[in-house]
Design a protein. Structure first.
Length: 174
């Protein structure tokens, strides 16, 4: 009898992330940072993909530029499987993906990075998620379980930093 109860509880625990209600209406971001990595942020218009991913996302999405890089910020109000790794998004858009070394920020936090190549353009994409207590996670996979189990407290700020490394696409002479 104890084995049956153990099996039932194990199955329920394994299925609990799949049963979470990710269809919480999106909430407005409390406020977006005005600086990122010490550089002033300029708001950019939302991309079509932002509107698609915002549907049912428990948080808010905004794009910014620091004059050199594009920074996509996602404020996340609860642990969710709808916060996807940037690697998956770029790969689904037809980019070939190559691993790049993780980087350490001036605040001694780690960001995961990869290179995405398509049509002669190479992008370096790095991402990081920070929680409301100052904890930082270099990627979605490292963040999800601590967020789900309450070891990390939200709201969280997921930053995806996109920088052009080389652009030799059609019509470019660089």
């Amino acid at each position: 009898m104890r084995i049956i109860i153990f099996i039932i509880l194990s199955i329920a625990a394994g299925l609990s992330p799949l049963l979470s209600n990710d269809d919480v209406p999106a909430q407005k971001a409390s406020s977006w940072p005005v600086q990122f990595d010490g550089k002033i942020l300029t708001p950019l218009p939302a991309a079509a993909a932002d509107r698609f991913f915002q549907n049912g996302f428990p948080g808010h999405v905004a794009r910014f530029s620091d004059g050199r890089r594009q920074i996509v910020l996602r404020q996340v109000n609860k642990a969710t499987r709808k916060l996807h790794p940037a690697r998956d998004c770029f790969q689904s858009l037809g980019y070939s993906i190559d691993n790049a070394a993780m980087i350490r920020t001036e605040n001694d936090e780690t960001r995961s990075c990869f290179d995405a190549t398509k049509d002669g353009k190479i992008l370096r994409i790095c991402e990081q998620i920070t929680d409301s207590q100052g904890g930082a996670y270099p990627e979605v996979a490292a963040w999800y379980w601590p967020a789900l189990t309450g070891q990390s407290q939200g709201p969280w700020l997921a930053a995806t930093i996109v920088e052009t490394i080389r652009d030799q696409g059609a019509g470019n002479s660089s």
